[in-house]
Design a protein around this ligand. Structure first.
Ligand SMILES: NC(=O)c1ccc[n+]([C@@H]2O[C@H](COP(=O)([O-])OP(=O)(O)OC[C@H]3O[C@@H](n4cnc5c(N)ncnc54)[C@H](O)[C@@H]3O)[C@@H](O)[C@H]2O)c1
Length: 273
């Protein structure tokens, strides 16, 4: 059987993951490679992308490290040229990079609001636009629709105190994705686009968020906040990066060939309550 992320004739599907230096992004890069994709491992952290790419290569996968600042349109253009030269037209784009601010509405600065939108939302638009022709071309050439996966969160669906700016950026990801899916369909582009909505994932990002909530007096100690967060998910735990990565592999693959404009909740039941 052909691996999930190879084309029918057996060649690897070119994929790019942003924010892939650690956490969910690194797990996603590893999972895409395990399923047969050639993965561009991108982040602003040059040393870490090299390490993740080396790890994938050592395990027998195909990976290229790339420094990409998602907030910078020129950085995206350089990435497009490099991917095109080395792998051809991109087939899978995972807009994963993200940052957080844990503050009340009253204390969030305009600079923080703008920066959060730039990295969490605007970057997804820049990246999708930058690679759209390539994604469509890859879909036409291979007969397999290309796939864009945008990282939202449960915070794109529900409100969370002291995370208003973050929630707003993730809501923007959710609605851009739906509008783009309808448009791509109407233009008959060979590109699917979906958003993914994790609950709390046990990464440095979540630990930092819990620490900030504790320090600001919004939550008890980080340990108590951690236990409370686990209990808030009906499944009784936080997710691992690998658990989110597996759902991204699904959306990237032909198992999801009729799935576009959808929001995939991977939240241990958090938003089912
Ligand atoms: N951890 C969670 O609980 C959780 C839950 C839901 C959604 N998410 C989302 O998942 C994504 C990944 O989160 P994570 O938990 O792996 O966090 P993480 O902090 O481990 O990883 C985020 C990565 O993004 C990179 N990054 C930041 N700014 C960048 C920029 N301008 N250009 C390129 N890369 C940049 C960082 O260097 C880092 O490697 C984020 O979009 C986050 O909002 C996380």
């Amino acid at each position: 059987m052909t691996p999930l992320l190879q084309f029918k004739e057996g060649s690897s599907r070119p994929a790019l993951v942003t924010g892939a230096a650690g956490g969910i992004g690194a797990a996603t890069a590893r999972a895409l490679a395990e399923h047969g994709a050639s993965v561009v491992v991108s982040d602003i952290d040059a040393r870490a992308v090299n390490a993740v790419a080396q790890q994938i290569t050592a395990a027998g996968g195909k990976a290229i490290p790339l420094v990409l600042d998602v907030a910078d349109p020129q950085s995206w253009q350089r990435a497009r040229e490099r991917v095109h030269d080395e792998l051809g037209a991109l087939s899978i784009l995972v807009n994963n990079a993200g940052i957080d601010v844990v503050k009340s509405v009253a204390n969030t600065t305009l600079e923080e609001w703008d920066r959060l939108f730039r990295v969490n939302s605007t970057a997804m638009f820049i990246g999708t636009q930058c690679f759209l022709d390539d994604l469509d071309q890859a879909g036409r050439d291979s007969g397999v629709r290309s796939s864009v996966i945008n990282m939202s969160s449960i915070c794109g669906n529900i409100g969370v105190a002291f995370q208003s700016a973050y929630c707003a950026t993730k809501g923007a990801v959710r609605m851009f994705t739906k509008a783009a899916a309808v448009e791509f369909g109407s233009l008959q582009l060979q590109v699917r686009i979906n958003s993914i909505h994790p609950g709390t994932v046990d990464t440095a990002f979540a630990a930092d968020c819990l620490r900030q909530l504790g320090e600001a007096g919004f939550a008890p100690s980080p340990e108590e906040a951690r236990a409370a967060i686990k209990a808030a998910h009906p499944i009784g735990d936080m997710a691992t990066g690998d658990e989110i990565a597996d759902s991204i592999v699904y959306l990237a693959s032909d198992l999801a060939r009729f799935v576009t404009g959808s929001e995939l909740m991977v939240d241990g039941g958090y938003t089912a309550q």
